[in-house]
Every structure is written in C-alpha cells, then in structure tokens.
Write a protein that binds this ligand. Structure first.
Ligand code: BV8
Ligand code: ZN
Length: 258
C-alpha cells in the first residue's frame, strides 16, 4: 500500500471512530454537479470590481436589477443540477455518526441547497440560501421562498411594504447571523475530526473555523483540487476531486468500522 492509500485508510478509520465530527464546505464540493466556483478557472468572478458589484449591499443598491439577474442565473443553475457523490457521501457519513449516538454538523458556505437535497440533516448555512429572499427595508424578519426563476420583475417587491426584496445571502462587509456563527463555532470547538472540502479558505469568518477546531484538538483533513492557505495547518490534505475522494473515504470508513 502506498503512502497516499495509507493516509486515506487512516482518515477512514478516524471517520468511523469519530463521536463528534464536523465538515466545512465551499463551492468546490458543488463543482462536479456543474456549478462554477467563485475563484479559479471558470469562476463566477472575473475581478474584484465584479465582487463589489455583485456581492455587496452597496453593489445591490447601486443596481438591484443586475444583482437579481445574477442571482436568478445562479438559482436557475442550482435548480437544474443534482447533488454529486461527494454530497451523498457526506450525508451518509452523518447518518453513520448520528446512528451511533455521535454529533455531526455540516457547515457550508454554499447557498445552492445541494447538501439538504442530498439528505444532509444538520446543515449550517453560513452565507444564507439562494432560494430565499427578505425585505431590504427589514419591515419584517420573514424569509420569502422565491418562485421558479426568472422572477417576473427585477427587483421583486416586498408583499408587506412594497419595498425591494433582496436575496437572503450574506454579502461582503455584512455580518453573519450571530446564531448561525455561534452554532458553527460550537460545532468546530467540539469536533474531534473536521473535514474541510472544496474551499479556497479565504473568506472569513468561515475560514477561521478549521483553526478554531484545531485549537480545540480536532484533526483537520483538507480535500481540495489544490493546496490552499489552510493546507499547512491540516494534518491530512488530499488533492483531487471531492466527488471521488469523499466516497473513497466513506468506503474505507465502512471497512475499518467492520
Ligand atoms: C464579515 C455571497 C464583518 C453569497 C459571499 C481582510 C482579512 C480578513 C477578512 C476580511 C478582510 N477584508 C475583508 C474581510 C472580511 C470578508 C472577507 O473574508 N474577505 C476576504 C475575501 C479577504 N468577509 C466578510 O465580509 C464577511 N462578513 O466579515 O462581516 C462584520 C461584522 C460586524 C458588522 C459588519 C461587518 C462576509 C463573508 C461572506 C461573503 N459572501 N458570497 C453568494 O453569492 O454565494 S463569499 C463567497 O466566497 C461565497 O459565499 C463562497 O461561499 C465564499 C468562499 O468561496 P469558496 O466557497 O471557498 O469558493 P472558491 O471559488 O473561493 O474556492 C473553491 C475551491 O474549491 C478552490 O479551492 C478549488 O480548488 C476547489 N475545488 C474546485 N473544484 C473542486 C474543488 N475541490 C474539490 N473538488 C473539486 N471538484
Ligand atoms: Zn418590506
């Protein structure tokens, strides 16, 4: 057995023994479903200007129509695609852990809803959900499920106050929901094992979670096409497609688990 196979088997054993585990995912876990990532080849964002225009409140208020058309395009993509074997492997691993009385949390930066579609239960959506909207005037806390894209009008109107609706996502410069970040931080602190899958580990506070987990004794396993800023802090780093590596790890976990 080569060193790589040996490391996979060691992580498989950790996965089957873990009583408290969590996962942090980013856009890379949905790439094999056909959804582009943000950074890197073929990514959503060409340059920083586009990030400012499309993923900030200022950009939205400057041109709400353009931002809604971009999110409509992403919603259409998300509706058209299916979860991939990586999503399903994470859902099955959660099932294995909770069935034996353990704790599991899937913390995602993704807003595409594919983890729930694959059967994951305890999903913590750090950056919101593309299928929901809320009133930009905050006339109510209500989250409004969006109809099939494309929307009849851009921007859609709040049914209560007639103001603009905005996507229920966290833009740059906006705070994450305190309850959500608390839930994610607790899961990271209590985890013995944390898988970090398909994220460039650049966006905070999400990218800080693996360091928080590690500071509380968790073993960090990174799965990514390429090294990231997190790689040097991870005890294990597997470079390849998450849709291939996660099912492999799950098979090994089952073998090790007997
Ligand atoms: C906040 C909107 C404070 C939703 C997104 C300087 C230092 C530290 C922090 C900052 C700083 N300057 C500014 C900040 C804060 C800023 C930040 O972190 N900036 C970074 C870029 C430096 N953070 C914020 O603004 C956050 N808010 O801090 O508020 C505050 C507090 C109180 C009061 C007021 C304010 C808000 C962050 C959320 C921003 N919203 N998007 C949407 O449209 O989706 S972020 C955007 O990036 C997405 O949400 C995405 O989830 C996130 C992270 O990207 P990734 O998921 O990692 O995707 P990426 O394309 O980057 O990478 C994909 C990876 O997958 C790659 O590594 C690739 O190799 C890999 N891959 C590809 N294919 C595969 C694969 N791996 C495996 N298999 C494959 N097949
Ligand atoms: Zn309103």
């Amino acid at each position: 057995m080569n060193a790589y196979q040996d490391e996979l088997r060691r992580v498989g054993r950790l996965m089957t023994e873990a009583r408290r585990a969590c996962v942090l995912t980013g856009a890379g876990v949905s790439a094999e479903s056909g959804i582009p990532t943000f950074r890197g080849a073929g990514g959503f964002w060409k340059d920083e200007q586009e990030v400012r225009d499309l993923a900030t409140l200022e950009g939205f208020l400057r041109d709400p129509k353009r931002v809604w058309e971009w999110y409509d395009m992403r919603r259409s993509q998300a509706k058209l695609v299916q979860p991939n074997p990586g999503h399903y492997a994470l859902a099955e691993w959660e099932q294995q852990i909770t069935t034996r009385g353990g704790e599991f949390a899937l913390i995602t930066q993704n807003i595409d809803g594919l983890h729930r579609a694959a059967g994951s239960q305890n999903v913590v959506e750090l950056h919101g959900n593309i299928h929901l909207a809320r009133c930009v005037n905050e006339c109510s806390e209500e989250l409004i499920p969006l109809p099939e894209p494309p929307l009849p009008e851009h921007p859609p109107k709040c049914p209560k106050c007639g103001g603009m609706l905005r996507p229920h996502v966290v833009w740059f410069g906006e705070p994450l929901n305190p309850r959500i970040i608390e839930q994610a931080t607790q899961a990271a602190y209590s985890a013995e094992l944390m898988l970090v899958v398909g994220t460039s580990a650049q966006v905070y506070p999400a990218a800080g979670l693996p360091y928080a987990a590690r500071s509380h004794g968790a073993v960090i396993v990174e799965i990514n096409l390429e090294p990231t800023e997190l790689t040097s802090a991870a005890q294990f780093a597997f470079h390849g497609k998450s849709g291939e590596i996660l099912p492999q790890l799950l098979e090994l976990a089952k073998e090790e688990g007997g």
